[in-house]
Write a protein that binds this ligand. Sequence first.
Ligand SMILES: NC(=O)c1ccc[n+]([C@@H]2O[C@H](COP(=O)([O-])OP(=O)(O)OC[C@H]3O[C@@H](n4cnc5c(N)ncnc54)[C@H](O)[C@@H]3O)[C@@H](O)[C@H]2O)c1
Length: 428
Amino acid sequence: MSANIEQNVAILGLGYVGCVSAACFAHIGHRVTGIDKDEFKVRSVLEGRAPFYEPGLEEMVKSGVAAGRLGATTSVEEGVHDADVALICVGTPSEKNGNLGLGQLRKVVEEIAATLSSRTKPLVVAVRSTVFPGTCEEVVMPALGDHPMVRVVSNPEFLREGAAMKDFMEPSLVVVGGHDAQAVARVASIYAPLNVPPCLVSLRTAEMIKYACNAFHAVKVAFANEIGALAARLGVDGHEVMETLCKDDKLNTSAAYLKPGFAFGGSCLPKDLRALTYRALRMDLKLPLLESTLPSNEWQLQRAVHAVLDLPPGARPGIFGLAFKENTDDLRESPVVNLVEQLIGKGRELRIYDPHIQLDAIYGANKSFVLSAIPHIGRLMDRALEDMLAWSTHIVVAQKPSREIHAVLAAQGKPIIDLVGAFPGQPA
Ligand SMILES: NC(=O)c1ccc[n+]([C@@H]2O[C@H](COP(=O)([O-])OP(=O)(O)OC[C@H]3O[C@@H](n4cnc5c(N)ncnc54)[C@H](O)[C@@H]3O)[C@@H](O)[C@H]2O)c1
């Protein structure tokens, strides 16, 4: 499958995503056939009209049809026959219980499968509808019957209704994921005229990314609204607060803090969240997102506790890192101290090494915090990494290691429980 610039693209489903994609792919030079079981939508496109209102769509449908690059049909057989790429854009609405409804997807995949018996031309089926990770492997591929000419990839859509044409032509993200590199490259190539470097990822990452993006956007909106509501109660201008927050593009509107890892801790984040939600509560102001943040953090800690408790009987975990993050000896509200406290409470033997903690050198609130949680901490701490490694059967990485220590941990050969994402591919 070589990647041509101009390709035959079939688009299954002419709803918001499908119709916008059809018009835009035709506009950037592909030959597009839109397929929908809804005769009204097909007729609209054939007559050069948009089947629903979306700014700029009607003009682009009209020009695509006039140029002979955009057609439409109700027949899957006819629409997919000459296609190099078939983009599935059918609806995936919620079921009553909130589960994702795959009825339209299953049906349209069955209809594609029914066209394949005589197929001799390669076809990449790209799932553009939002589907849960695993859907391509568990639903789409089996229904297509592992046809030798057919490959399946995931190519999620990120456009927003109301700005859909602009979002398509100037995409914030183009993602393609799949097992077959050539099929992935072919689908990526249909976006080449947009001059946006595509993110080529694994199949399940492509399926998951759309959920991660939408959840992130929803959390952002809820966060801004809760800060706005609290500000209003306090007589503060919430717009000014959030605009100022957004001026920090190092820590706030950036990739900072956006990597899966261990629970947060330290002397500021838990204390300030507690103070903020307590003050809101006193004013009878509900801030469920902010109120749920410390419980969410506690669950992250519990997952780490269980990962260590699940080690085989007789395992001797060595914990790397005790402070709440790297390059500090601050133990106040360190989640690792909580982790150790809970493991000891369950009768686990363990040892700890932290390159920045000399127990005889720490004092004040720092010392009293750790001593109240783990009174005999002194007996658990090794002064040298080598001592901890020699005693342990498993290493729990609870803090980002320096480059030198990373190399030692990577080479020591014992299983690692990586709580901080320092060893990609290791269990967390
Ligand atoms: N609307 C958005 O803003 C948006 C943005 C990104 C992703 N998505 C996702 O994209 C997918 C499509 O969303 P939408 O809003 O375009 O849905 P929609 O309901 O507007 O359109 C779906 C279309 O698919 C057609 N269809 C269903 N089964 C068919 C079949 N067997 N053969 C031919 N046509 C068939 C329907 O008639 C309908 O026209 C969903 O998974 C959605 O979550 C939507």
